[in-house]
Design a protein around this ligand. Structure first.
Ligand code: NCD
Ligand code: ZN
Length: 344
């Protein structure tokens, strides 16, 4: 039997929600990853250290007994965030970054930032405090085609931010385009990017060809094949600027299979297996460990994990849903086979 043993990975971008969903999804993440950067787009958003610490306690309470998992908390940047909030975050041992959502860009981003230049004083303080800025890099203008929103964000906003704050660590989250890969590759070493499994495995046909498939709808939206190939090249290149961030984003199945469905793919149940499938497709399984387990920790200035995990080449069928009687979450690739299996 073919197996692959690697240093235990971390997930540098995940949504775990709260309440019943948290209790269902967190065990999936905790069995795969040692640590994860927890996205703050709750309702209401996680905007202060106090809220983040309460949320952290709720997450820790959902970790199954015997599993060791550390949530790395982030705060949600709003127009009301102050320099004092940044200083408080920097003083907390549990806050690892701020997340910037352009207002209206994605799920629960209404409280996001409308005028990016207005928050420059906050970015200056983050730069000073060595707190990374995590960016959902899409413009939200109605006149901008949804498939162009990432590219236009880079031109209109990110280029200026990177130039203005040369020491600010920036992660362009869930990159989806060849232009983003190019931008991050050419940028100085304080700029990095996460890549999701869905953007490595699928192009936009997955959402729209032969019927409309809401479980492949996420933001930034899947792009053309040429972009998927550029992402796959970046992820398997050994360039430390590109690392794992699933953007696993569970929603109730009923809220996705509806006239106006939510954005987000649920991948935490089999994240490593999905990435292994993508890496294997280009004969690059030897590049998986650094992408999944080294580069993100190095960028955040954290120690690499010491334990290992093992994947086995064994086909298994992904359930049609997770959750109990009260709610269901439909996973990415529901009902299909995965060729790799993470061993307990
Ligand atoms: C995320 C969510 O549901 O919270 N959805 C998504 O499509 N990725 C938000 C986000 O990261 O954009
Ligand atoms: Zn996300």
């Amino acid at each position: 039997m073919k197996t692959l043993t690697i240093t235990q990975p971390d997930d540098w971008h995940i949504h775990v929600r709260t309440g019943a969903i948290l209790k269902t999804v967190l065990p999936h993440t905790a069995r795969q990853f040692a640590r994860a950067i927890i996205m703050p787009n709750l309702k209401p958003p996680v905007t202060s250290v106090a809220i983040a610490l309460a949320y952290r306690d709720e997450i820790l309470a959902a970790v199954p007994k015997g599993m060791d998992f550390t949530p790395l908390m982030t705060l949600y940047l709003t127009a009301a965030t102050t320099v004092a909030d940044i200083q408080a975050a920097a003083a907390s041992p549990h806050i690892y970054a701020f997340k910037l959502y352009p207002a209206g860009a994605t799920t629960n981003s209404d409280a996001g930032v409308a005028d990016l230049t207005a928050i420059y004083p906050l970015l200056a303080e983050m730069e000073k405090q060595a707190l990374p800025l995590l960016i959902h890099g899409e413009v939200t203008d109605d006149d901008c085609d949804i498939f162009d929103r990432e590219r236009v964000f880079i031109d209109r906003h990110l280029t200026a931010i990177v130039a203005q704050f040369p020491a600010l660590r920036i992660v362009l989250e869930h990159v989806t385009t060849a232009e983003a890969v190019q931008f991050v590759s050419a940028a100085p070493n304080n700029v990095a990017a996460t890549i999701t499994p869905q953007h490595l495995l699928y192009n936009r046909n997955a959402i729209l060809a032969g019927g409309i498939r809401p479980h492949y709808y996420c933001l930034p939206i899947l792009k053309r094949e040429q972009h998927r190939l550029a992402l796959l090249t970046a992820a398997t290149s050994g360039n430390p600027k590109f690392f794992l961030g699933t953007d696993s984003a569970p929603h109730h199945t009923a809220l996705k299979e509806t006239a106006c469905g939510c954005a987000g793919c649920y991948s935490a149940y089999g994240a490593l297996e999905l990435y292994a499938t993508a890496f294997e497709s280009v004969g690059a399984l030897d590049k998986l460990e650094a992408f999944a387990s080294f580069f993100g920790a190095d960028f955040y200035g954290l120690a690499r994990n010491e334990r290992t995990v093992t994947l086995e080449k064994t086909a298994w069928e992904i359930p049609l849903s997770y959750g109990d009687g009260d709610f269901r979450i439909t996973p990415l690739k529901a009902g299909e086979q995965l060729a790799w299996k993470l061993l307990a």
